[in-house]
Design a protein around this ligand. Structure first.
Ligand code: G3P
Ligand code: MG
Length: 231
């Protein structure tokens, strides 16, 4: 079962920051998940629509420029990263899962990704884009047919994974509290990978192993790796 660092190794380092991302890389995780919000002029790697919880700033991210967002402390003297910085740090060493939050100007994101790929800073195989907004995913897949799409849900849809197959998704990302055998079986018949979030406790990791899913998002990748090694 694959281990993805959720917001980087965010259990031990400030979430979605350089230190959390570098710590995850150091552990040799199978992937790193980060969250993306739009700013006035681009994108910022931050989970919330507001600066307040994870930085010493106040205000809405989409009402500020990236430079304004980066004036604030996102933990231990670090700035909120830009997406380009993250591509540079990760440097194709592992899969990067960009989760689109309140992200608009997707055409800008497509251009940025294409530039990174052309410049050799990002390998296509190492990118997975996910979102709870399936309309955005559909549009992205039309623009970048090669891109791996991760369809996020916080629940089990009536048609199980039918929506994800329609999106031509690579994976379904589902809340660990809702996942069940029927859902996993349905995903397998549609050739979709199943990843669950956010799985930190050993009992929960055991449950995910029993379900036979493909991977977990965890805030404590080091603990998850050690636990899985003992299995
Ligand atoms: O991408 C999985 C998970 O991160 C989705 O929820 O709120 O932690 O971004 P959230
Ligand atoms: Mg996320």
């Amino acid at each position: 079962m694959k281990v993805f660092a959720h917001r980087g190794a965010s259990g031990l380092y400030p979430e979605n920051t350089r230190s959390a991302i570098l710590a995850a890389l150091e552990l040799g995780v199978d992937g790193i998940e980060i969250d993306l919000q739009s700013t006035l002029d681009g994108f910022a790697v931050i989970h919330d629509t507001w600066l307040d919880r994870t930085t010493n700033g106040r205000g809405k991210v989409n009402k500020l420029t990236l430079a304004e967002v980066q004036q604030y402390d996102a933990g231990n003297g670090q700035t909120v990263p830009s997406i380009e910085e993250v591509f540079q740090w990760v440097n194709n060493q592992t899969l990067l899962n960009l989760e689109l939050k309140h992200t608009f100007a997707l055409d800008k994101l497509v251009k940025l990704i294409e530039q990174q790929v052309q410049a050799g800073l990002l390998t296509r195989e190492n990118l997975l884009i996910s979102s709870f907004d399936h309309h955005q995913l559909k549009w992205l897949k039309q623009q970048l047919p090669w891109v791996k799409i991760g369809a996020l849900t916080g629940s089990i849809p009536l048609g199980y994974c039918e929506f994800a197959e329609r999106l031509n998704a690579y994976s379904v990302h589902v809340d660990k509290n809702f996942i069940n055998c029927e859902y996993v079986a349905d995903a397998k018949t549609r050739n979709l990978k199943v990843f669950a979030y956010t799985v930190d406790k050993q009992e929960d990791i055991d449950d995910m192993l029993a379900l036979g899913i493909d991977g977990i998002f965890t805030n404590y990748p080091s603990k998850a790796q050690s636990f899985l090694l003992q299995k």
